[in-house]
Write a protein that binds this ligand. Structure first.
Ligand SMILES: *Cc1c(COP(=O)(O)O)cnc(C)c1O
Length: 459
């Protein structure tokens, strides 16, 4: 035992080892020394527990280099999203346009007029550029930008109805995943929830009957992530606006995803548009920046000037405001919407959602031979029709026809499938598919860089 401990190299000697010089140059002395100390500690522990030296004892410099490199790798690893879900929340939702990426890059390299008015050198408002675009695109009077749509809902409620009652249909008390539940947000905002109607049917008279002295707001929530079918009835925004006007109550809508364009014009399922609700007279509409809009994470609120002013002055706005990177990316994304002719090509979210199944099939056929050659020994590969989904709670029941390459183990072992999925998750650029019906599916809808996938999967 003693003997084993004495075989551990001294840090000073290791630092002079020629094999360690590359690491020293790349990572510096402090980081390298810290790593070597940690390894020494680990080696001592290994000897104490197992009475042997660790496997890597044979090559300390190489092991140190491997460990430092691993630690320096970003925790935000670029991956191939072949799950078939375009707006995958766990994979960062919308992929930004080149235009937005360039805008962020530029705003980080030099000082920018974030809150500075060039006309008279006075303090400007950080939301102004984006507000102007949003008003042009939605027909709203004003806009307010916060960290995400959850923050937008919180800010609308806390600013407009503190200590008051907010009337919502029982069919719209949704949970959006994570801890975002309408009743909880309501409580956090200091509002009192008044539920009306039933799960499947709510009428104008239900809202009307609930209006009283304490009522502060009428609210609608877009039930984005689930769908009720059959004997149902919901009140339209238009009807709620008429009711609100009669009682001088603002009407707000949490739209969730929202789309600034008519999705059906691109052959996609319909999704409510903020501009329709603004036209219907809704006071405030909120939606996400990184869902169908295809921009950065943000919460966008558009609507009446007087109410937006109220939001802008609320202390929570300061806590929920976005930074220049978000504003730059959002502004650049919205600029794309001003040129509808090029939007489909320029906006990755729309480009991926609208890819034809025929183009995806052709891509699968191009990829098959190389994959077959590498994986055909262990798995039987096939091209199979599948359904992609939009994701992020948008249009949960709608599916987009797509194609996948499927991998089924020759011996029918599920374990082999999990092992393959795991192996792909540990590639330098991990490949994320989905396991279903005893096969591993790679839905190619979101695959744009075909050559990169081949380089990754075919050694
Ligand atoms: C997605 C969603 C939210 C939350 O939006 P984030 O931008 O993720 O915070 C809130 N409400 C609805 C209806 C949603 O669909």
């Amino acid at each position: 035992m003693k003997n084993l401990y004495s075989q551990l190299p001294a840090i000073d000697n290791l630092l002079r080892d020629p094999a360690l010089q590359t690491l020293l140059t790349d990572a510096g002395t402090a980081l390298t020394t810290r790593q070597l100390r940690a390894m020494q500690q680990e080696a001592r522990e290994h000897i104490r527990l197992h009475q042997t030296l660790p496997d890597w004892h044979a090559n300390w410099p190489q092991e140190a280099q491997r460990r430092v490199q691993q630690q320096q790798q970003s925790a935000l690893r670029p991956v191939f999203n072949l799950t078939g879900t375009v707006l995958h929340t766990n994979l960062g939702r919308a992929q930004l346009s080149e235009h937005a990426i360039a805008a962020v890059d530029a705003c980080l390299r030099q000082p920018v007029t974030l809150e500075y008015a060039l006309d008279d050198a006075t303090r400007g408002h950080r939301d102004r550029a984006v507000s102007k675009l949003l008003c042009e695109l939605t027909g709203a009077e004003a806009a307010c930008i916060v960290n995400n749509n959850a923050a937008a809902v919180l800010l609308m409620l806390a600013s407009l109805a503190p200590g008051r009652e907010v009337i919502v249909s029982r069919g719209e008390l949704v949970e959006i995943g994570g801890a975002f539940r309408i009743p909880d947000v309501m409580r956090q905002a200091g509002c009192q929830l008044v539920e009306v109607g039933t799960t499947n049917r709510t009428h104008v008279k239900d809202y009307q009957g609930a209006i009283g002295e304490q009522t502060g707001l009428l609210m609608k929530v877009h039930t984005s992530n689930y769908h009720i079918e059959g004997f149902t009835h919901a009140v339209t925004e238009q009807e709620l606006v008429t009711l609100g006007e009669a009682h001088q109550l603002p009407v707000i809508t949490d739209l969730g995803s929202g789309s600034l364009i008519d999705m059906t014009a691109y052959g996609l399922p319909a999704e409510p548009m903020p501009q329709q609700l603004i036209a219907a007279g809704v006071s405030l509409v909120s939606f996400s920046g990184d869902k169908l809009l295809g921009g950065p994470q943000a919460g966008i609120i558009v609507g009446k000037q007087a109410l937006i002013d109220q939001l802008q002055l609320h202390p929570l706005k300061r806590a929920l405001r976005v930074d220049k990177m978000t504003l730059a990316a959002l502004e650049a994304t919205l600029q794309l919407y001003r040129q509808p002719e090029t939007l489909q090509e320029a906006l990755p979210t729309l480009r991926q959602l609208t890819r034809s199944s025929h183009a995806i099939l052709q891509q699968a056929e191009r990829l098959m031979p190389a994959l077959e050659q590498t994986y055909g020994g262990e798995f039987s590969l096939a091209i199979a029709a599948c359904s992609s989904q939009i994701g992020s709670g948008s249009l949960p029941v709608e599916r987009l026809p797509s194609f996948a390459i499927t991998f089924a183990p020759h011996n029918g072992h599920g374990g082999q499938l999990n092992a393959l999925a795991q192996r792909w998750r540990h590639l330098p650029r991990p490949v994320i598919g989905r396991i279903q019906e005893g096969k591993l599916w790679l839905d190619l809808r979101c695959l744009e860089d075909e050559a990169a996938l081949i380089r990754t999967l075919v050694p």
